[in-house]
Every structure is written in C-alpha cells, then in structure tokens.
Design a protein around this ligand. Structure first.
Ligand SMILES: [Zn+2]
Length: 846
C-alpha cells in the first residue's frame, strides 16, 4: 500500500517538475508523450544534481529502446573502462539509409571521387559535449538536446530530424566528469550554498577537468595520446561532420562566449580564411538570436584561442567542417554567487541547450552551403599541396625502428597518405635510407594536416598565446625530416608491421641490446622485473657477435650469464620472450674480450639498478606534468610509480626508493625535517629528477646552487595604456615553442641517441646558467636554436645562454634538472628517452 502511495506521489512530483522544466528549457515546445524527458527518466529535474555518466548512457539506451529515430553505439572505452558512446538521431528514412549517408559524406570529402549531389544530402552535425569533466553543464545539455531532437513536436525539431543526421557525444571525458560529479554532489548543501568559498565550489587536486592520467583531452585531438581521443578521431574520419560543437565553462563572473574567436591572432594558419571570415559570422547570428531571446549576456572575438590543432573545436576546422567552441559562466557546483547574482546550474545548462539548438538550425539552414564548403576545402587542399615547393617530406630515424613505426602509424591515424622511400637520399646533413625512411607528398587531401606535422611556424600576428604556439609533430617524434622535392614515392603504406628478430641460439658469455630503440627501456625494466641482472656499457666498443663484428654505442645494455640468480635456461626463455614482445634485437657474444674499445668487464661497465620511483603530487604540483610522467611510465615502460601526496611526505622513508621525481611546482608545504631527510637521502646516493620550477625550489632549500641567467633588462616605457597590459605582459611568456639543442653523446642522459642535435619543447621562462662544472651540462641549445613557436627577443637571448639539462651533484647523489618538458602532452616521443635515462642511469651520471 505504502509503495503504491509513494509511486503515485512521485509521479505527481515528476509531472510537476517536467512541466516547469520543459517551460524553462524549451518554452512553448510540445513533446511526444511516449518518450520520457530526462527528468522523468532520472527522477529529478535537470540541474538539481550532476548526472552520473552511467545514468547519461542509461537515458540514451532508453531513447534507443523506445525510438526508431535513435541509434546508440559504443566506439571505445576510457582508461577507467567507461564506454565512449555516440547517439545518432535522424528521421526514419535517414536512419534506414544511415550507412549510405555516411559513405556519401566520405565521398564528398574525397576529391578523387565524383562529387555527390549535395542537395540530396542531410547535414551531418556532431554535437560534442563535456571534454572538461568539471565543466559539467554541457553533458546535462546533451540529455535535454537529445530529448528535444527525438521528441520535440515543433516545426524546427521536425526539420532537424528530416534535414540532418545528428551525432551526439554527451561527454568526451567520462572519467573526469564522474570525478567532478562525485565531488559536486557529495558536497551539495540543502539549501544550496552559493558562497564561492564553500567546499562544493572548490574541488580537491587535481580536479575533474582532466582524464585518468590528468591530461587535458581538449589538447589531445592532435597527439592522440589517449583512448578517448584515439577512438574519437578514428570515428571522426568515418563521418567528416559539417559542424562540430565543443561546449565548455569559464569563470563564474563571466557571461557566455561563442565564435568567431579573436581575428588572426588566435586563428590557425592552415585553415582557409573563408571559415573565419564568412562561415563563423553566419553561425554567430544564430547564436546571438537565441541568446537575445533569453536575455543572456555574451561576447565574441576576444580571449579564446583557436589555433592549436589539438582542440576539439580546431581539428574540425582543419577537416573541412566548422568547429565551434562555446563557453558559459560556470556555477561550479549547483549554485554560486557572482557579480550578477547567484548563478544556478540550470542557468548554465540552458545557455548550452539554446546554443545546441541554434547550431542545429544554422546547420540545416546552410546545409548545401556547408557541403559545398567541405568539398571545396579538400579540393583546394590538393591544389595548394601541388603548388607547395616542398612537394614531399621525407623522414625516418636510421636507428629507432619503434619510433619510426609509431610516427608512421600516427600519420595514418590522421588519414595522411604515406609512402615508402624508394632510394637513399641525402638532404642537408641528413641521410634517409631506403627501407628506413618514408615519403609524404604535399599534394593530397590531408595537405593541411601534412603542414601541421612538418612545418615550423615562426611568424605570428599576435604575441599572446593562450596555449602552445608550436606543434610540429615530426619534431615531437624526434624524426629527422626534410622537404625533398625529388624524393621518389614507393609503395603506399597501409599498415606498419612490427619487425621480428631471430634470437641467437647457442652458448653465450653475454647478451647485448642496443639502447637506441624507443622500447629498449621497457625491455630493460621487464628483464629487471624478471630478476635478471643487467649492466650498462658506458663507452663504445666492437664485439664479435652472431652477425660478425658489430659496433656498439655507449649505453648498450649487457646481460652477463655470470652473476645471475636464475637458471640459464629460464633466463634465456625470459630474454627471448621479452625481446620478442618489445621488438628488441638481441646480440650474443661468446667472449668478454672485445675487438676494440673497452672490454665487457671494464670499470666503465656498471650494474643498472632497478628503478624504484616515487613522485610527489598534490596541491602546488603541476598535475599535467605529473600526469605525463605517470602515463609515460605506465604506458611506455610498464613501470609502477608511487605517487605520494605532499601532505604524506612526512611518512615517507626515501631510502625505500632510489629515484624521486619532482614535477614543476612549489613544494613549500614540506616541513623542515622532510627537507632535511631529502638532503640526507641525496647525500647518500639518491637521484632527484626535477622539472623547471621544482629546480628553483631545490635551489631555495640549498639542495642545489645553480644560477639564473641575468641579462640587463631592456628599459620598458614608464607608462602604457591600461588596456594594453594583457598584450604587453603576455608577450613575455614562453607559451610553448620548439628549440634545437645539442647533446653530449658521451653522457648517460644521451644514451640511445646517435645524432648530436635534437629538437626540445619549452613552455617555461626559467633560464638557468650551465653548470660551473664543465662536464655536467649535457644538453645545451645550439647557436641559433629557435625552430618554431613564439618567443620574445629578450627571452631568446636568455635561452641561448641557459642549459636545457644539467646535473647538480650532491654527496654521493645528484639532481638531474630538466628545464624543457621532455614528456609534453604524451607527444614528445623524441625526448622521452632523455627523461628515462635520468631514471635508469642517474647513478652513472657523476
Ligand atoms: Zn573547458
């Protein structure tokens, strides 16, 4: 009895809320009564709670179950195994022909195919929401918008179903969303607390913006370091949507932003001007109309950047579509005070709902126009590529098969045509060998992505960067590359096979593995984990191997058959298995007496200690850098890393570890006794790997004693207009740019590198002088180091006089300082090994 009474009551309440909610979000709209609204399904009005991701998916499953106009598919999984879903909505006939519609759209984007009749093609609209987990209004808007498209009875809703195929991604970052939603819901007060200081509005470190590994997924459409973006971009290329949205939140005191972005300064150099000058203003009129209707304030053409190709709103601009970024004031929590009064969660959701509808209306009104633009985009790409004087880019690293393979696969993931290089080729200082290098012609539909991969940009319309100003991916992968008009393309590469090496049979004195391959550190760690004793040969030598005389570089890994704790047969089985799994070539030697150079028992050969790594994390520490390190060690080395909150450092016994990592940050919360413990541990042999501002903290503690580069500062004008401060001060930052550095190839930090010059990525203003000890600055900048991205003249001068990597010895231990970021965004495969060398060979460095 009680049960029945309750359910009648809840039905009544739900109906009441449904009425008020519908009126708030969709005034005047009628809905198909067979389809439950989100609040009817969830049992609470949208805006009352942060909806858990599994419930978002459940609502979409319900729509799929009830309506023939809906299809829900899973395109992949996040790190934490949440499904990545796409909800497709269209009228019955379009749903019945969905695959044909998709193929026609792909044909439209392919200038080698006849152009389909665009008057017959529905608009392909991709509504993407929630890439930043703690900007939660957009995923709630995704529930309401889906409901409106499926069940709305207005003329516009019917037109949307007839004239478009809508593809909804409710949450690009489900892991981050749930992290934040849990926080906001579990700190909610009754009544709600609008005070910005309340715990509800102030998430704990690292917050829900990022994914599992603390990466900003709204930077990952280019690097594709994570499954969320890998599956997304793969999916994107199956559709080439005409319009793609990307919904965000900004400060609570702000209003609403939609494109156009700031002219020139924040635009991407490869995107056709038509996108910015013609299409964006057309769409902006729709957004303005809808926002004027509800009286919500907004702005355009300021602040937000649209240049970095890894944004979810910029990648579509480089693929013949229109990418659109939207930002609403945030209630961050359910209700928060602002200069305009209290901002409710529902208010922020409604802003995104109306702009979702505005996007749909603009897309169908301009359906044929946007189709023609998509075609024109790829046709002009091929034509411009044909005129590009580079004609071809050739690339390949002679010594690192795995990194080559990763880069070729990366280009293929972005649908770039890649060919084998048919002949040995010399361009400048680089030799590109047949079989170990590849050719990318500029005359191809993905020409604009080819430029993104291989061009350095140094000239900018503006000097303030919201983000990176350089993204040359060939440099990030550490690929030797060059424009080579005369290169001969061979067979087109469709997939990249992993090499298989034959394991040398017969009795061995020792086995050798070259350190050049990207996955050599992974193999080494697996050998150590299997209990195998491994040494490193610190000087070059030549040995007689199963393949005759072979030259080995310093840094070659040796597995001696003596000094092992496991049986010979077990060792060989493990070694064979690990080498095979990681594509490592193993050399066998039968004697320690080398043909030239040092012998295998020299004093310049040392045991490699198995890394036991601890990293400090928490407030004050850069979660991005810490996340990059965590992700690198997990995914590229398979090495566990203990992440300790700075609060818990007092409980740490550093002598249980041999390597401490300090990502950028201030560690001021560490107590004096903790700092004394750290000093003692370093003195007795510990290795600290320190990034950028962490090195300044170490200096302040007297743990190191390095000096900043001091230049006479250029006199600045005594007074400047108030309104110019952002531009003037912003120009002094190093937002993210690429420099050529020079390696000391004899130093352990450079093991595995065969070429002296290496591009490095910098996004800090910390310029530290080379070490006073002339042997301890193994990476410096070249004389003219600036390769790409923005830097002021004054900063470039300081950079030239500073160190990229330097070592500060202390007692029996040392600090290895990195002033560039060797692991930036999981994209800098070319410099990862410098960082891993500091972990594996720290104790060989002084
Ligand atoms: Zn955002």
């Amino acid at each position: 009895m009680k049960k029945i009474y309750l359910s009648i009551l809840s039905l009544f309440l739900t109906a009441q809320f449904a009425f008020s909610q519908t009126e708030y979000y969709f005034p005047g709209e009628k809905f198909d009564p067979e389809i439950p609204s989100p609040e009817e399904f969830l049992g609470y009005p949208i805006g009352d709670w942060h909806t858990r991701y599994d419930l978002i998916v459940k609502y979409y499953e319900k729509l799929d179950e009830l309506s023939d106009l809906v299809k829900l598919e899973t395109i992949g999984y996040t790190h934490e195994h949440r499904p990545k879903v796409i909800l497709t909505i269209a009228n019955e006939s379009n749903m019945a022909n969905l695959e044909a519609i998709r193929q026609t759209q792909v044909q439209l984007a392919d200038p080698t195919q006849p152009k389909p009749n665009v008057s017959q093609m529905p608009s392909i609209v991709h509504l993407g929401y929630g890439v930043h987990g703690n900007e939660p209004s957009s995923a709630e808007a995704a529930l309401l918008t889906a409901y409106w498209i499926v069940a709305g009875q207005s003329e516009l809703a019917q037109r949307v179903r007839e004239e478009s195929v809508v593809l909804i991604d409710p949450t690009l970052n489900p892991d981050g969303r749930d992290r934040h939603s849990l926080w906001a819901n579990s700190n909610k007060g009754f009544p709600p607390v609008a005070d910005p200081l309340d715990r509800e509005h102030n998430e704990a470190w690292p917050g829900g913006r990022t994914n599992h590994y603390w990466y900003d997924l709204n930077r990952d459409w280019l690097p594709l370091a994570h499954p969320e973006s890998q599956t997304k971009v793969q999916w994107y290329h199956q559709w080439y949507p005409n319009v793609t949205t990307d919904f965000h939140e900004m400060g609570t005191n702000s209003t609403y932003f939609f494109e156009p972005t700031k002219p020139y300064g924040s635009e991407n150099p490869v995107v056709p001007r038509k996108n910015y000058d013609e299409i964006n203003p057309i769409f902006a009129n729709y957004f303005a109309k809808y926002m004027d209707e509800i009286g919500s304030l907004y702005w355009t053409k300021e602040v937000f950047d649209n240049s970095y190709p890894g944004y979810g709103s910029t990648y579509p601009d480089i693929h013949g579509g229109l990418g659109l970024v939207f930002e609403t004031a945030s209630s961050r929590g359910h209700l928060q005070a602002s200069q305009r009064g209290d901002i409710s969660f529902a208010f922020t959701i409604r802003n995104h709902v109306v702009n979702s509808l505005a996007t749909l209306e603009a897309a169908i009104d301009n359906r044929e126009y946007m189709h023609d633009y998509l075609r024109e985009f790829f046709e002009t790409a091929v034509a411009e590529g044909r005129k590009d004087p580079a004609k071809n880019y050739v690339f390949g690293d002679e010594y690192d098969e795995s990194r080559n393979r990763l880069f070729v696969q990366f280009l293929l993931d972005h649908q770039i045509d890649v060919y084998e290089n048919n002949a040995d080729l010399r361009v400048g200082n680089n030799t590109f060998k047949k079989g170990k290098s590849w050719v990318v012609p500029t005359a191809q539909p993905q020409y604009r992505m080819v430029r993104t991969m291989f061009e350095y940009v140094k000239e900018f319309a503006d000097s303030v960067f919201y983000d990176a100003s350089a993204w040359t991916m060939a440099a990030a992968y550490g690929m030797p590359f060059a424009a080579a008009p005369s290169a001969q393309s061979g067979v087109e590469v469709k997939e990249v096979a992993k090499p298989v090496f034959e394991f040398p049979e017969g009795k061995a004195y020792a086995y050798l593995i070259d350190w050049s391959d990207y996955f050599a550190p992974k193999a080494l760690y697996e050998l150590q984990k299997a209990g195998i004793h491994v040494e490193v040969v610190n000087r070059p030598f030549q040995s007689q191997t199963q393949e005759g005389a072979v030259d080995f570089a310093a840094g070659t890994i040796m597995i001696p058959m003596g000094f092992q704790k496991i049986k010979d047969t077990e060792l060989i089985d493990q070694l064979k298995n690990i080498a095979n799994k990681n594509q490592q070539k193993v050399y066998k030697v039968e004697t320690g007496l080398n043909l030239s150079g040092i012998d295998l028992g020299s004093n310049s050969v040392g045991a490699v200690q198995q890394p036991k790594v601890i990293m400090l994390v928490g407030p004050g520490v850069s979660s991005y850098e810490a996340g990059e390190i965590w992700h690198l060690l997990d995914s590229k080395v398979g090495m566990p890393i203990t992440k300790v909150n700075t609060d818990d450092f007092g409980r740490v016994n550093l002598f249980d570890y041999n390597t401490l990592i300090l990502a950028s940050g201030n560690y001021n919360s560490l107590s004096n006794s903790a700092v004394e413990h750290l000093k003692d541990w370093i003195q007795r042999g510990g290795t600290v790997v320190s990034l950028k501002s962490a090195s300044l903290w170490l200096n302040r503690q007297g743990i190191t004693n390095e000096s900043a580069v001091e230049l006479e500062e250029k006199a600045e004008p005594e007074s400047l207009p108030f309104a110019s401060s952002r531009d003037f001060e912003g120009a002094k930052a190093v937002g993210g740019s690429i420099y050529m550095a020079e390696l000391d190839l004899t130093h352990p930090i450079a093991y595995g590198y065969q070429m002296k010059n290496i591009p490095v990525y910098r996004n800090s203003n910390i310029f530290i002088q080379p070490s006073k000890n002339k042997y301890l600055t193994p990476i410096r900048y070249t004389e003219n180091p600036h390769l790409g991205g923005y830097i002021s003249d004054q900063n470039l001068e300081k950079l030239k006089q500073s160190a990229s990597v330097l070592i500060s010895p202390s007692g029996r231990g040392r600090v290895v300082h990195f002033f560039d970021n060797p692991n930036f965004r999981g994209a800098w495969f070319g410099t990862n090994k410098l960082f891993l060398n500091a972990i594996f060979f720290g104790n060989q460095m002084d």
